[in-house]
Design a protein around this ligand. Structure first.
Ligand code: AMP
Ligand code: MG
Length: 417
């Protein structure tokens, strides 16, 4: 048996970030930049008002207060989207709206609330003059050109993961298209004579093909493009045909499920070996002991991960190996799930001498996080994953974790809490 870390290191050597492609801005969400983004403008592009108020020369109003207001002549008004036609000379002010460019001559803005306009009923405003009730310093209530982003600055280096905030910044720079690593295409093939498709009735001895769906959903979550090849029967002709169909579909990664453990008819092993170079491993993990990995020879070489057939094992193996491979192809360099530290509410045994991935439910209580197992942990109990929002990873050499101990829980895809 090889260790999880050995298997992972070997597998990840076969993956690298995929080529760049240029995509419309929104399609870059959750993807990784392949170019440095350099700003060709200042953001904001000009000094502008942070408030609705009056643009003034701070020097004119250094002594202004409620008790001793200073009166300025109002020379006009500037709204967002327009520029002032006059400059603010000593003794004058210009009405200004949030986002409007600061008129020449002005160096600060006094908020309406701190002028006579703020105290007068609407419609009664004196249009010719305003009383300033508070002193301002140069720069007060002004947003300076380039205070967010400077012309020529590297705003995002290549390798940056694009989230909504990055999308917004890129939009403000006028980037309609950006260059990101393309998404990996992941071929998904279920194998087994016992499988029926989701829309078929169950017949004696048959079960539904759930692995195709969990795998496809997990591929989507990780950022890949699933290519669903359906079910291959346990015979050489059908398996070979479906494997070749996946290679013809330009897959970057091939995922199969089942047929890689010891008790099988070995047809999957024979076909995979005929189509490429494969390793059939027993990995020191629970669930997910059987795992195949190798490279298929199509038009190009395509790495194949042969996941176990048991639905829970397939999911955990995906989580540990396939997910990281997909993230690597997307150009991501961080793979670890966020963790929380929680109190375990029950004893957990691990006599397997394998790394044990216990499905748990974490809850936030007043006293902190608590985690409990989601019950029966058999590798066929897919609802044990469905009920879980986290994984407790018990190391190979730890035989028991006791109730009351603090443990790290890896958070899985989960709804907000
Ligand atoms: P195997 O790896 O072929 O020995 O399969 C292990 C277990 O996983 C068996 O109980 C299979 O019936 C089950 N299994 C295999 N493929 C799937 C699948 N696509 N969906 C759900 N269960 C499966
Ligand atoms: Mg089988």
């Amino acid at each position: 048996m090889i260790s999880v870390d050995e298997a992972l290191a070997y597998i990840l050597k076969h993956f690298k970030p995929l080529e760049p492609e240029t995509v419309p801005l929104l399609e870059a969400l959750d993807r990784v930049l392949t170019e440095d983004i350099v700003s060709d403008i200042n953001v904001p592009p000009f000094n502008n008002s942070a408030m609705d108020g009056y643009a003034v020369r701070a020097n004119d109003v250094v002594n202004a207060s409620k008790e001793r207001p200073i009166t300025l002549r109002v020379i006009g008004e500037v709204a967002a989207g327009y520029t002032a036609q006059q400059s603010v000379e000593p003794g004058t002010a210009m009405r200004i709206m949030t986002g409007a460019p600061l008129p020449p001559g002005a160096d600060a803005v006094v908020r309406f609330e701190e002028t006579s306009e703020g105290t007068q009923p609407k419609g009664m405003r004196d249009r010719a003059a305003v009383q300033i009730l508070k002193a301002v310093k140069p720069g007060d209530n002004v947003r300076n050109a380039g205070e967010d982003i400077r012309l020529g600055e590297v705003v995002f280096p290549k390798g940056t993961v694009i989230r909504p905030a990055e999308i917004g910044v890129l939009a403000s720079l006028g980037k309609q298209f950006v260059s990101v690593h393309r998404r990996p295409r992941v071929a998904i093939l279920a194998t087994g004579d016992e499988l029926v498709a989701v829309d078929e009735p169950i017949a004696p001895g048959k079960i539904r093909n759930s692995n195709e769906y969990t795998n496809a959903a997990a591929v989507l979550k990780a950022g890949g493009i699933p290519i669903r090849l359906g079910i291959a029967r346990d015979n050489i002709t059908d398996l070979t045909a479906k494997i070749r169909a996946g290679l013809d579909a330009d897959a970057d990664l091939f995922l199969t499920s089942a047929g890689v453990s010891v008790g099988d008819y070995d047809i999957v092993k024979d076909v995979l070996n005929a189509e490429g170079e494969m390793h059939f491993w027993q990995v020191r993990m629970k669930p997910g002991k059987p795992l195949a990995f190798g490279v298929l020879h199509g038009k190009k070489d395509v790495p194949l991960l042969g996941l176990p057939g048991n639905p829970v094992s397939a999911m955990i193996s995906f989580e540990v190996f396939a997910r990281r491979a997909i993230l690597t192809m997307l150009g991501k360099t961080k793979f670890d799930r966020p963790t929380v530290r929680a109190v375990l509410t029950e004893d957990v045994q691990n006599d397997s001498q394998r790394r044990n991935f216990i499905r748990v439910y974490v809850e936030r209580r007043a006293e902190g996080y608590v985690a409990r197992s989601t019950g029966e942990q058999g590798s066929g109990i897919l609802t044990s994953v469905a009920r879980a929002n986290g994984l407790l990873v018990v190391p190979e050499n730890v035989t028991e974790v006791h109730a009351g101990e603090m443990v790290d829980i890896q958070l899985l895809d989960m709804p907000e809490w």
